[in-house]
Structures are given as structure tokens and as C-alpha cells.
Write a protein that binds this ligand. Structure first.
Ligand SMILES: Nc1ncnc2c1ncn2[C@@H]1O[C@H](COP(=O)(O)OP(=O)(O)OP(=O)(O)O)[C@@H](O)[C@H]1O
Length: 624
């Protein structure tokens, strides 16, 4: 994904390149600002231009005041002739103060909106990408770095306005200086170059360091979060994991601190070099001014104005350099955000496609092969699904069985359109799912995954989130809870369906694993997808509950619902219409449970193993 490319691109940046990019950066701030609040953006821009012009006018007024005060005539005459310029200065300062207030107000209104708009775009795009992108660590790194882009976009607004302001002041000061004496302008620039170099060098180091260390910082946050999260708390206490995690946290923090210290050392050194250089340039400037005065090439009043113009010009140039530099630094982070927008659009779940048949008879996997992407291309791991051909008749219960890691979950994820096959096709009555409308396909699927999400919301939301686009009705809720056999779970909650299921919040309540599982099934029932995928639905259930859940699942299939069931409890598979047995990513057997038992293959062997556990008089220890 070109991380190193990005780093090199930055290394090549110098002040000239930064200036070349300035119009683009300003345009990008303005675009974001207009998108967020066009009116506020107009006020900020107009008032900043106004403030800049006011500064220019006041510098010209100062020039006029000085000229008249140092000029000829009595002190009273000189004061009187300077009065109009003094009044102009006061009026201009008053207008500038009003404009500044308007800009402060509009900027304050604009900044949070810009951050919100940028964050919304970030979240919207992140939520729309393929699952494979979310699981890709390079894309995740981009997600991590890009999240800082929204606050940078916010800051770009103030930096952008200050750049505009400083540019106008500088143009004025430079104009006045050039008129006074042509030698003064290069001197002004020489005085400012060192601080520009210092600021740019430090910013480059900070940005490079940020990119190198972002993964490290993320891991550090992860460890500190583990130490406080409720899910890890029991093991931390019983297994004494606390000191182990703390040790890692400390080691990681110390490495990060060393990096900060390195940056500080370099920044101090750069600062000293820049200060020495500025000192020399300042001495040279005032020596030149003195020389011009001594040689009579410049009048005293002009020298006075020149000193003020040099001071104001170098202050503007300094501000301009620092603000452009800050703007540039923020623009790099906004650049990450913009790259994320592009990358996320490339990896987004496609919109549109062929319609799926209204009432398909079967879904067929044809020579489907799928391997999870590997970080190391030379890793020769076997694919999770290897040339799988099987049929899932709709309106029936189809069970997928096989040992851990045999590819069952991967297969249902492909069925749900979460991944696309590397080879082969998934056909819905002849329509290739790869070309089908993915959003329509997902509409038809309800899924209780092994690790389904326990949303930190109320029980009601936890069920209704199964189809959040549908209006939430009590009838639909109650029916789903009943279908999942979750009535008792809900009745036992202190505030019924309105109970918050997040124990670390006040008023929150925690459910047991089995209770959660029933709520997960209720969620899938609420979705009313035509194909219900249940991955290990009874793993956390007691024997009675397990029987009950399978009864419910059977009843669903009785109503014409297709159920794709993954389970290790082979006794529960007895009622399936069709069983596919997977082994190391391949389909090794298919048939009805009775056919498979009779054939004496893998299924029969696994079944016998489980049956033995109940029939054996003495515990049998397996050799090996
Ligand atoms: N997100 C993932 N990224 C990389 N590899 C994965 C991922 N999920 C699963 N795998 C690998 O794919 C293979 C098949 O895993 P899968 O989860 O499909 O098996 P399973 O039959 O459902 O196992 P179990 O019975 O333990 O749930 C395994 O080797 C596993 O390590």
C-alpha cells in the first residue's frame, strides 16, 4: 500500500515544494470549510482578508505619521499634520478588532463542524469496506493514522486563515521596504530563513517518527486497555496477568519515551543553529541600515519607517513560515485521511449488480477455493477452502460439520458474501453471487456468528439491531424473543427489554454466555432473513436449553426457512436434511445423517466418538 513511498515523498519535501503545495492546501481547507458551513467559511475568509488589509493600511499610516513627525516645522505643526494619519490608524484598528471578533466567532463555529464532517466521512467509508479490508493490517494502519486527519482538518482552518492574514501583512511590509530601499527586502528574507529551516526540519522529524511509531503506540494503548477492561479482569486477577502486562506496557512506553527524547534533543540542536543564524542575519541587516544612514543614502525618517517595516515584515514572515509549516504538517495528516477515502472507495463493497432469483431452489458452491490473505507471500499455508463443491437446498436444514479449522465458518462467510472466492463460483440458481447485488444478498441472510456482537445497548436494541432499517414494533420483538426461546432471559432482566446490557455503565446488567446466545438467536429471528446461518448456536447452552434451541431451529425450517447450521454436537444434526462434512478445507462426505452413519466414514466415526462418551462405563483415555 506504499507506506515507504509516502515516507520518501515526505523526505523530498523542502520549503519550495511546500510553497508549491500551499495553494492546494489552502484550497483543501476551504473546500472542507465550505462543505461544513459555507456561511461561516465566508465570514472567516472575508474577515481575515479585511484584517490583513487593515494591517497594511495601518503600516502605511505609521509611515505617514513618522514622515510628518520627523519632517520640518514646529512640533505643533508636525503633530497637526500627523493627526489625520493617526485618526486613520485608530479607525483601522477599530475595524480590525471588529473583524477579528467576527473571525473568532465564525472560526469557533466552523472548526467543530469541519471535524465532524471529516469524521463522518471517515466512519461512513470505513463501515462500507469489505471485511477483508478491515482484516488487512496495512489498511488498518491507514485507518489508524487517518483518524488524526479529522482533527488536523479542524486545525487547518485556523492555520489557513492565519496564513492568508500573514501573507497580506507580509506583502504590505515587503512593498513598503522595497519602496524605501531595494537592499532591505533580501535582508528581511535572510533574517527569516533560519527559523523556516528549523521549523520545517522539526516538523519533518515529528511526522516521520509518527509514521514509524504509530503501530507501537497502538499496541501500547491496547495493553493499557486490557489492564482495565472487564472481560480481561478475571484472568488478570486469577492468573496474575497484571504484572506481565504492566512490564510490557512499561517497556513499550520507555521505548516511546526514548524516541521523544531523541526528537527533543534534535529539536534543541536545530533551534540553536537557527537562532545563531538569525542573530548573524539581524546584525547584518542593522549594519546595512546603519551604513546607508552614515553614507547619507537614506534619511532618518525613512530609516525609522524601515525599522518598523523590518520588524513587522520579519514578524509576518516568521508567522507565515510557522503557519505554513503547521498547515503543511496538518495537511500531511489530512492527506492520510484523503488517502483513506480513496483506498476505502477502492475497497468498498460494490453497489448494484445482477438481481438474485426471487425464490431460488438451491445455492451451489462450484469448485470454490479461498485462502485468507497472508502477510508473507511465501507462506505456503493451505487454503481455508480447497476446491469445495456442494449444494445447499433452500427451505431445508443443512448442517456443516468437521473438526476445528476445517473451514465451516469460512464457508458460511462466503455464503453471506463477506468474502469472495479466489477461484470457483457460488451460484444462486445459476446466478453468480460474485456479480450479484451484494446489499440485496445480505438482505436475505440472518446470521448468528460464533462471536456475534454483544452490543453495549439495551436488550431491545440488541434484538432489533438485527434489522435496524425496519420500524421497531413490539409484536415483531415479542415474536423474535419467543422464536429464540429467550422469554425467560428477558423476564429475568430488571427492566425487561429496556435493560442496558453493559455492566460497566450505571444501571447496566451482564448476561451469562448462554443468555447472550439466546438473545443472539432472537436478533437473527428478528432479521427475518430467508437464510439463517447459525454457527455453534448451542456452545454456551446447558443440555435442556440446547434441546430447546434445536427444536426452535427445526420449527423455523418447518416454516420454509433455510437453516445452515454449524455444530460439533452431532446428536443435534440428526434432524438435518443434509449434512456436509469438511476436513482441512475440503468436502469429504455429503448426505443425510442416516446415509452418513451407514457409510461408516468420518461423520460415523465422529458420531461414535461422541456417543461413546455417554455409553462408556469407565472413562476411556485415548492413546496419544
Ligand atoms: N480471519 C482469518 N484470517 C486468517 N485465517 C483465518 C481467519 N479465520 C479463519 N482462518 C483460518 O482458516 C482455517 C479455517 O477456519 P474456520 O474458522 O473456517 O474453521 P472452522 O471449521 O469454522 O473451525 P471451528 O470449528 O474451530 O470454528 C483455519 O486454518 C483458520 O486458522
Amino acid at each position: 500500500m506504499g507506506w515507504s513511498q509516502h515516507g520518501n515523498a515526505f523526505l523530498e519535501l523542502d520549503f519550495r515544494a511546500m510553497m508549491t503545495r500551499l495553494p492546494g492546501m489552502l484550497a483543501s481547507s476551504l473546500r472542507l470549510a465550505r462543505q461544513a458551513d459555507a456561511r461561516a467559511a465566508r465570514i472567516v475568509l472575508a474577515s481575515q482578508v479585511g484584517v490583513g488589509v487593515a494591517q497594511a493600511v495601518s503600516l502605511l499610516a505609521v509611515n505617514s505619521v513618522l514622515g510628518r513627525l520627523i519632517g520640518t516645522g514646529t512640533i505643533e505643526e508636525r503633530l497637526r499634520s500627523a493627526a489625520p494619519a493617526l485618526v486613520t490608524m485608530a479607525a483601522v484598528m477599530f475595524v480590525a478588532a471588529l473583524l477579528r471578533a467576527a473571525s473568532t466567532y465564525a472560526t469557533g463555529r466552523l472548526e467543530p463542524k469541519v471535524e465532524r464532517v471529516a469524521t463522518e466521512m471517515y466512519l461512513e467509508r470505513a463501515a462500507a469496506v469489505e471485511l477483508a479490508a478491515i482484516e488487512d493490517h496495512a489498511f488498518h494502519k491507514l485507518l489508524d493514522t487517518a483518524q488524526y486527519g479529522a482533527s488536523s482538518a479542524r486545525r487547518m482552518i485556523s492555520y489557513g486563515t492565519r496564513v492568508v492574514n500573514a501573507m497580506i501583512s507580509l506583502i504590505t511590509a515587503a512593498g513598503v521596504l522595497t519602496v524605501l530601499h531595494p537592499a532591505l527586502l533580501p535582508l528581511l528574507i535572510t533574517m527569516t530563513i533560519p527559523s523556516a529551516w528549523g521549523a520545517l526540519t522539526n516538523a519533518r522529524r515529528r511526522y516521520e517518527s509518527f509514521h514509524t511509531w504509530v503501530q507501537h503506540a497502538r499496541a501500547g494503548h491496547l495493553i493499557s486497555a486490557l489492564l482495565t477492561e472487564p472481560e480481561a479482569a478475571p484472568e488478570i486477577r486469577v492468573h496474575g496477568v497484571g504484572p506481565f502486562l504492566l512490564r510490557h506496557y512499561r517497556a513499550m512506553s520507555e521505548t516511546a519515551e526514548a524516541e521523544q527524547a531523541r526528537l527533543a534533543r534534535l529539536a534543541a540542536r536545530t533551534g540553536l543553529i537557527a537562532a545563531a543564524w538569525t542573530g548573524l542575519a539581524t546584525v547584518a541587516t542593522y549594519a546595512t541600515l546603519g551604513g546607508l544612514l552614515l553614507s547619507g543614502a537614506m534619511a532618518l525618517s525613512v530609516a525609522g519607517t524601515a525599522v518598523i517595516a523590518i520588524r513587522s515584515g520579519s514578524a509576518s514572515l516568521n508567522t507565515l513560515v510557522l503557519e505554513i509549516n503547521a498547515l503543511h504538517e496538518e495537511a500531511l495528516f489530512v492527506g492520510d485521511l484523503e488517502r483513506l477515502y480513496v483506498e476505502a472507495a477502492d475497497r468498498a463493497i460494490p453497489v448494484g449488480g445482477d438481481p438474485l432469483p426471487d425464490d431460488p431452489q438451491e445455492i451451489r458452491f462450484e469448485n470454490v477455493t479461498f485462502a485468507y490473505p497472508s502477510d508473507h507471500p511465501d507462506d505456503a499455508t493451505r487454503p481455508a477452502l480447497d476446491d469445495v463443491t456442494l449444494t445447499l437446498p433452500l427451505g431445508r436444514i443443512v448442517a456443516l460439520v468437521g473438526e476445528n479449522g476445517s473451514g465451516k465458518t469460512t464457508l458460511v462467510k462466503l455464503l453471506a458474501g463477506l468474502y469472495q472466492p479466489d477461484r470457483g463460483r457460488i451460484l444462486w440458481d445459476g446466478v453468480d453471487a460474485a456479480r450479484a447485488d451484494r446489499h440485496r444478498l445480505a438482505e436475505r441472510i440472518a446470521m448468528v456468528a460464533q462471536d456475534f456482537k454483544r452490543w453495549p445497548f439495551t436488550a431491545k436494541v440488541n434484538v432489533a439491531v438485527g434489522r435496524s432499517s425496519a420500524p421497531l414494533t413490539d409484536e415483531r420483538l415479542a415474536a423474535s424473543v419467543t422464536e429464540a426461546g429467550a422469554e425467560e432471559v428477558v423476564d429475568d432482566l430488571p427492566r425487561g427489554l429496556d435493560t442496558l446490557l453493559a455492566r460497566n455503565f450505571s444501571g447496566g446488567h451482564e448476561l451469562s454466555g448462554g443468555q447472550w446466545q439466546r438473545l443472539g438467536i432472537a436478533r437473527a429471528a428478528y432479521r427475518r432473513g430467508r437464510i439463517l446461518i447459525v454457527d455453534e448456536p448451542t456452545a454456551a447452552l446447558d443440555a435442556r436449553a440446547e434441546l430447546e434451541v434445536f427444536e426452535k431451529i427445526r420449527a423455523l425450517a418447518g416454516n420454509g426457512q433455510t437453516v445452515v447450521l454449524i455444530t460439533h454436537r452431532l446428536a443435534s444434526v440428526r434432524h438435518a436434511d443434509l449434512v456436509h462434512v469438511l476436513d482441512q478445507g475440503r468436502v469429504v462426505e455429503s448426505g443425510t445423517p442416516d446415509e452418513l452413519l451407514a457409510s461408516g466414514g468420518v461423520y460415523a466415526e465422529l458420531y461414535a466418538l461422541q456417543a461413546d462418551q455417554f455409553t462408556a462405563k469407565l472413562p476411556v483415555r485415548k492413546a496419544g
